[in-house]
Design a protein around this ligand. Sequence first.
Ligand code: NAD
Length: 281
Amino acid sequence: MNSLEGSFEGKVALITGAARGQGRAHAVAFAERGADIVICDRCENSDVVAYPLANEEDLKETVRLVEATGRRCIAVKADTADRDAMDALVARAEAEFGRVDIAVANAGVSVPAPITSMTSAQWNEVISSNLTGVFNTVAAVSGGMAERGYGRIITISSMMGRSGGTQMAAYGASKWGVIGLTKSVSLELANSGVTVNAIAPGNISTPMIHNDMMYAMMRPDLESPTADDVEPVYATLHAQPVGWLDPFEITRVVLFLAADASAHMSGIVVPVDAGVAARSN
Ligand code: NAD
């Protein structure tokens, strides 16, 4: 285990959208390093998200993986867009585990659509899940963290939170918004022992990019494109010649920002995007 990633013995880490993908990778990694885990996922599809979201079996599998490390896990089916649900989750974590030390606001959706035909339902889904959901998570944990004088909040933005993208008006707006929220809260909590940082991933190998809708967008010339067919097209969105990165590349930075040693890093955005950050300011 890389010592730079820290030990989280005795800590409590909350991760949203952890039924699969990056959220699951973060939850299991914290558990392997000694933390008790609190997770949620909506575990339901959305009418306007054109790929399947996680389900309750996925959430159970994350619980199984966490508990296999010997750590405890609170898992609930909850939508981050629901403020009451997020407050209730944090209240339960504080009652059962004593506190929340680390929060990773990870849940999100991708709904690409041209601005000329984007519906309000599409816009609202993206802003609710990707921006309001991050607000609800941060707002739910920050009071207790500030009171206890310790906290590590990590939000998940995107390379689309630092640039524009075709059909990405809603997604880009939500992810730029996450950065504004992160920097503002970081300043507000600077006197409280709580750090607040964002990560801006490039293409990460999860169901968000590996699905029929995205494959058809990437290779409209093919009837049934495969991962091999879309990989070079995804690579054009990066500077380095790789189509996608493993979720653990994001986990590694989450662990770093959550470590005690990162006490004096706050309000920053860490790109893990195969070189794309070189193109933005
Ligand atoms: P994913 O689709 O595998 O995982 C997202 C999880 O969030 C799913 O389990 C889903 O059910 C859950 N979720 C969605 N909306 C929710 C809500 N409102 N409340 C609770 N749970 C909800 O995708 P991922 O790649 O693991 O995505 C994690 C984060 O990383 C997202 O914020 C995403 O926008 C961001 N991101 C992903 C990529 C990528 O290429 N995969 C790139 C940049 C940023």
